[in-house]
Structures are given as structure tokens and as C-alpha cells.
Design a protein around this ligand. Structure first.
Ligand SMILES: CC(C)(COP(=O)(O)OP(=O)(O)OC[C@H]1O[C@@H](n2cnc3c(N)ncnc32)[C@H](O)[C@@H]1OP(=O)(O)O)[C@@H](O)C(=O)NCCC(=O)NCCS
Length: 239
């Protein structure tokens, strides 16, 4: 099945380029896909991207949108080679609005390995994704988003005909210094401290109870021992 879905780039690109195949993502790919993403979606480059890139992003999309999770695999990779196996991936989704006949395709995450830059990896991945979305879901619009400073990606998407650009504003606030919500933060901290105090108190009570019952138990055993010894002495006539 995976073999059927596999699509090699070898016919479409020049001979000196390395060969890779695009196929649907499998469980065995998850860790490598996460690692490759972690190398690329870095906080200093694109803060908004980094914040939501984690293992759960990969596993959740694999479970909910598995048909739109594709990887590019190095055709020459062998278990003993030092080369990377997964050289790129794309994770997408289809959005259908209730009451609207239109569905939208969304390129959520796209990435190719640095060693494979400009070899057509991302291009092939996006082509395949759009093909699946058009043929199987009837999408008419495809969307992608990235930081405006991510020139590589902007150029890539422009080259692929994504030209209807709309600026989007990300707003954030450090709640510590936000006059509207700082009191909420204080309240939450006070609640956490009070819960911690209660826990400590409970632990103390339990510890003292355990200690007391321990002493009682020791006394009981000592008494039992003495009684036994007395009984023995009586039997042997020593008393
Ligand atoms: C953007 C990215 C996906 C492109 O992957 P790729 O496999 O190199 O892309 P392709 O080989 O299929 O396409 C190459 C085209 O992309 C653009 N591009 C790629 N790297 C570029 C670079 N360093 N400078 C300028 N344009 C670049 C160009 O349009 C290029 O076409 P050209 O070589 O004819 O000029 C890749 O650089 C990447 O993974 N970046 C980090 C993650 C990211 O930004 N993802 C997108 C947002 S989720």
C-alpha cells in the first residue's frame, strides 16, 4: 500500500540530483520528522512557529490528518549509512466550513533537510499534497503561512503560485505586566501557595500519626516479648 503511494522524483529531475521518494508518513517516521522539524522551526528564527512545534503536533496530525502527512525518503539510504533517511516532510489539513460548499487545503508545516536544500524536496511534497487534496477532497483553495522574514519559504511559496498574500498580525502580552490580567496571575499564585501549604500540613499530620502508631507498635511488641520470657522462666522453674 505504502509502495503504491510512493512517488519517486527520479523521472522528473536531472540525473546528478540525489533520488528521493514521496509517500505517506508512517509510525516509524514520527521521531525523525519531529527531529527534522525541531532543527528547522527554531525560536530565534520564527518565534510563532517554534511555540507550537512539539512531539504532540506530529502525533496529533498523524492521527487526525494522516492522509495529509507526507514524507520524502532518501532512496539511497541504508541502515548503516550516515545519511539521513527522512529528508523532508509536509503536514497539512483540510478545512471545510459548515454551510459552505468550499473546502480549503492548509499547508501547516513544511520542511526539507538543509543537506537537501533546493533539490526539489519541498516542491515535490507540496505538489503531492495538493494533488491528494484536489482529487480526494475537491479543494479549490490552498493556504500556507509563514513569517514574512522567512524569505526562503516566501520565495518557495511564490514560486509555487501562492501569490495572494495577506499580512497577519500576531499580538502577545506578558501577563505579569498587563494591568488587565496581572491580578489574575497573583490570584493563581496565591491559590497554588495555599494548596502547597495545605499539602505540607497534611503530610506533617500523617507523619506524626505514623510516628505515634509506630511507637505504640514497638511498646506492644516489647510487652509481648517480656510476657513470653516470663512464661518460659516459669516453665523451667527459674521463678
Ligand atoms: C522553504 C523550504 C521548505 C524550501 O525547501 P526546498 O526543498 O529547498 O525547496 P525546493 O527545492 O523544492 O524549491 C526551491 C525553491 O525554494 C526557494 N528557496 C529555497 N531555498 C532558498 C534560499 N536559500 N534562498 C532563496 N530561495 C530559496 C526558491 O524559490 C527555490 O527555487 P530556485 O532554486 O529555483 O530558486 C526549506 O528551505 C525549509 O525547510 N525551510 C525551513 C522551514 C520552513 O521555513 N518551512 C516553511 C514554513 S512552515
Amino acid at each position: 500500500m505504502a509502495q503504491e503511494k510512493r512517488e519517486s522524483n527520479s523521472q522528473s529531475v536531472s540525473a546528478q540530483r540525489r533520488s528521493f521518494s514521496v509517500r505517506t508518513m508512517e509510525i516509524a517516521d514520527l521521531a525523525e520528522v519531529y527531529q527534522l522539524g525541531a532543527m528547522n522551526f527554531k525560536a530565534d528564527l520564527w518565534p510563532m512557529l517554534y511555540r507550537s512545534w512539539d512531539e504532540y503536533e506530529v502525533t496529533t496530525l498523524f492521527n487526525t490528518d494522516g492522509d495529509y502527512c507526507l514524507v520524502a525518503e532518501n532512496d539511497d539510504w541504508t541502515p548503516n549509512s550516515k545519511d539521513q533517511r527522512i529528508v523532508g516532510f509536509v503536514l497539512g489539513t483540510v478545512i471545510s466550513k459548515p454551510g459552505s460548499a468550499w473546502s480549503y487545503g492548509y499547508v501547516l508545516w513544511l520542511c526539507s533537510h538543509d543537506d537537501w536544500a533546493r533539490e526539489g524536496v519541498a516542491g515535490k511534497l507540496v505538489d503531492k499534497l495538493v494533488e491528494i487534496m484536489v482529487l480526494e477532497d475537491g479543494i479549490r483553495i490552498i493556504m500556507a503561512d509563514t513569517d514574512p522574514d522567512n524569505h526562503r519559504a516566501v520565495r518557495f511559496f511564490n514560486k509555487k503560485g501562492f501569490s495572494d498574500t495577506k499580512p497577519h498580525l500576531y499580538l502577545s502580552s506578558n501577563l505579569e505586566h498587563n494591568p488587565h490580567y496581572a491580578p489574575l496571575l497573583k490570584k493563581s499564585r496565591a491559590a497554588a501557595q495555599s494548596a502547597e501549604r495545605k499539602k505540607k500540613k497534611k503530610r506533617k499530620v500523617l507523619a506524626s500519626r505514623w510516628g505515634a502508631s509506630n511507637v505504640d507498635e514497638k511498646k506492644r511488641l516489647k510487652k509481648k516479648k517480656l510476657k513470653k520470657r516470663k512464661k518460659k522462666k516459669k516453665k523451667t522453674g527459674k521463678i
